[in-house]
Design a protein around this ligand. Sequence first.
Ligand SMILES: Cc1cc2nc3c(=O)[nH]c(=O)nc-3n(C[C@H](O)[C@H](O)[C@H](O)COP(=O)(O)O)c2cc1C
Ligand SMILES: O=C(O)C(=O)c1ccccc1
Length: 407
Amino acid sequence: MSSGQDSKLDSSSIAHPLAPFKYENEVYQAGLKGEKPPITFNCLEWEGLAKEQLSADSYGYVWGSAGARETDDNNKKAFKKWGIVPSRLVKSDFPDLRTTLFGETFDYPIAMAPVGVQRIFHPGGETASAKAAEQEHVPYILSTASAASIEDVAKANGNGSRWYQLYWPLNENNDITVSLLSRAKAAGYKVLVVTLDTDLNNAYNPFIRPDDIGVALGFSDPVYRRKFEEKHGKPIEEDMGTAATEWAHTVFPGVSHGWEDIKFLQEHWDGPIVLKGIQTVADAKRAAECGVQGIVVSNHGGRQQDGGIASLDVLPEIADAVGHDLEIIFDSGVRCGADIAKALALGAKMVLIGRPYIYGLAIQGEHGVRHVLKSLLGDFNLTLHLSGISSVSAKHLNRSVLRRIDN
Ligand SMILES: Cc1cc2nc3c(=O)[nH]c(=O)nc-3n(C[C@H](O)[C@H](O)[C@H](O)COP(=O)(O)O)c2cc1C
Ligand SMILES: O=C(O)C(=O)c1ccccc1
């Protein structure tokens, strides 16, 4: 980095001290003194390093995708169909990476995707990830399928920005939904993310292990505990296997809600609501009509439907259709800084990082997650800088910086 950029690093106009960009420099300086970098900066190598650390089951779970992995493949290919156009001798400032959603400004246009059962990847699990999120000024989205409770993760996340992802019990269990939402609200989660695309029927799933690896939210929920006790005449601790299986059926009932049910969530959540798993213009328009604040254009990292369309391929048409009415968040297949730039250029305001941070968690717990976030942000920053793009706003980062290269 040039000394000009270094002086900009100290600028107090940006809330965060720009740690990601200093980080690589610090590691290289340490390298000059003979210290080895703790983890490679090469985003393509994190998966292999995680594999070395994990059991075959745990690695298979994070790496896994639906069926013949076609959707996952399509996600990856979709990024390769776009190239970023460079621009030389632009007197550009250090890019301003801040993005504003729901009236709030975030230091960076990335957040950590909701990922369940994180203790199968590292003993630190969700609390390690939530700590890393606070340290790096990246929002953390807590999954309903977490191995740590809403309250414990909030504590670990401290002053960080945290959002809550709901796996949504059927209407007969509305009292449990209300309990989860009010706990999340009380613990400082600001945005509700409702996942619409998960079907766990017949899947191998660490979720239903009788320990609390994925059921901590249920086991710690007073309404679920009371209902279990009323039904079985004993507390969940006396029959953890049944309690885990029944909690799984509660939050993955196998039957879905309808659009009309969104109203119930709006009545019980007074912050922004985001629907995760949108892949068509028609559904995006329905979301806007319902009056939610945002959508995640996502196919769940290709983990649900096989033979599906790439999430990035549908992003531009969805952004064109509802970008003025809804905040557009994107995920599925983002692996490096250039991918973040492409998704933002095609209409997203924020991008969720899924598997890569879990690889970081597996490699080195909280430190590994921080390394991945900082590396991705440093890489993203450089990508913008080399194209003379001065901010992530659509005014500067838009389709004009991309070229189709798949013909
Ligand atoms: C191990 C694993 C667990 C996940 N658990 C959840 C979850 O509990 N809730 C949810 O909405 N999405 C879940 N997801 C999907 C992510 O939120 C995200 O949509 C996906 O990982 C994005 O794709 P990428 O991994 O290719 O970046 C999970 C993904 C992985 C890899
Ligand atoms: O694996 C997933 O993608 C997922 O959404 C999930 C669901 C339940 C438990 C853990 C993860």
